[in-house]
Design a protein around this ligand. Sequence first.
Ligand SMILES: [Zn+2]
Length: 486
Amino acid sequence: MRFLRILSGILIFFLAFFILPGYCFHASAAGRLQPVDGVPVIVIDPGHGGENLGTQAGGIWDEKYMDMVTAQALYDELSLYDDVEVYLTRTGDVDVSFQERAAFAQSVNADFLFSIHYNASEYHDLFGSEVWVPLTAPFNNYGYQIGYELLRGMQDRGLLVRGIKTREGERGEYYAIIRETVALGIPAAIIEHCHVDEDRDKGFCASEEDLIRFGREDATAIAKYFGLKSTALQVDYSDYPLAEVGSANPVASTLRDETAPDVCRIEFLSADYETGVLSFTLSAADYDSPLLYYTYSIDGGQTYSERNAWPGSDVLTGKYEDTFTLSLTIPSGTKPSVIVRAYNMFDPYTESNRYDSPITFSYGQDSRAEEGDPSSVGEGGNEDASGTGTPPDSDTHDPASSNADSQNPPAADPVAKPVSGSAVAGEKQVSFVAFLEICLIIVVFLFVILLISQGIAYQNRKRRRRQGRREFQSRKEDGDTRNQLR
Ligand SMILES: [Zn+2]
């Protein structure tokens, strides 16, 4: 009996301390995976330089200058920490080859190289921040942990996070600075702070103060990663918890997802012909990677709107809203034919079904709604025009990456307004594992309950037997007494 009680106690302990917390707190904090011998040595690499201008799409500065301002601020701020060595790969306006930058990092025994950049896209339609990390474990995993801190900081400032990503090229690592540095046994990451050529990002890099601020915040993220302390700044990150990831395999969310989102559907909700507002329920999902942007067409797919951030998108947690209300203001005189594109964080997209309005929107000055084509079906007139596309990334400032996507210029711009939506989404890739864990928990619970009930039954049987014996004994004694009294 005692054996059973001990066994069930062990099982409950196991359940309470290992399985349940493991299930409930997947994203719990952890320590740094990367071992560091003694004082961390950090190399900051201002991108481009000299003849190599970087992107000029911002219109204010060449990227090489922006990279230098941010890198210098990062250097200055990080130098305020105790027990850290910091270096720059270039201090002047000179072009340094990727091999030379990597060799420099090796010469100072670097623990990490951070390459500082600003981004631009071929069609000037992308916005947000991203970090590129090595393809293979464990450098990939180190890159993930530092990338998470860097991007959380930018997200807190209001930038859209595009992800911690890898890119494979013909020679392994696609990006030369990562390829050359990793080849020498040093982890490296490229920090693309924001897009200089997109209105929603321009405000983050419009002044030198903005560029300095990026550098300072990068320094804070790097200090958190290495658990640094600063007497001058009066901060101590020695116990700072980092994102928890394994180290045996590359982090799944960093690996390029070549497949388009699995679902993208629009359903007619309402049309207000007085104000021109046409509303849909937009439902979409990607079972591999979170959704990041959407665009829409009101002319049947000939032209598309500018990119919009997907509501609730947080690629660091894998979450996004899988359903929301999309309200479009249709210009008067238009008979809209609406298609929506849902993009995942690696840029493949899926097109929704098409909604053909039966009526031409006509309001304001010419306020009578014209009759629609009678052959067109009312609100259910959904012709399935589903399609998918997988355009490559369109980061163009780097000479090594001049691929394009999206053949369509933005449409004359009706106003899009995503109105709230039912949350719940993302982390679908872990849901099967979660299901197995739940099954295991249920089995263990049932086993424990079985053991306990067996134990109780056994004890009851024993008690009954003892009682029976006692009754028999006392009946016998009673009988004896009665016999004696007679
Ligand atoms: Zn660059």
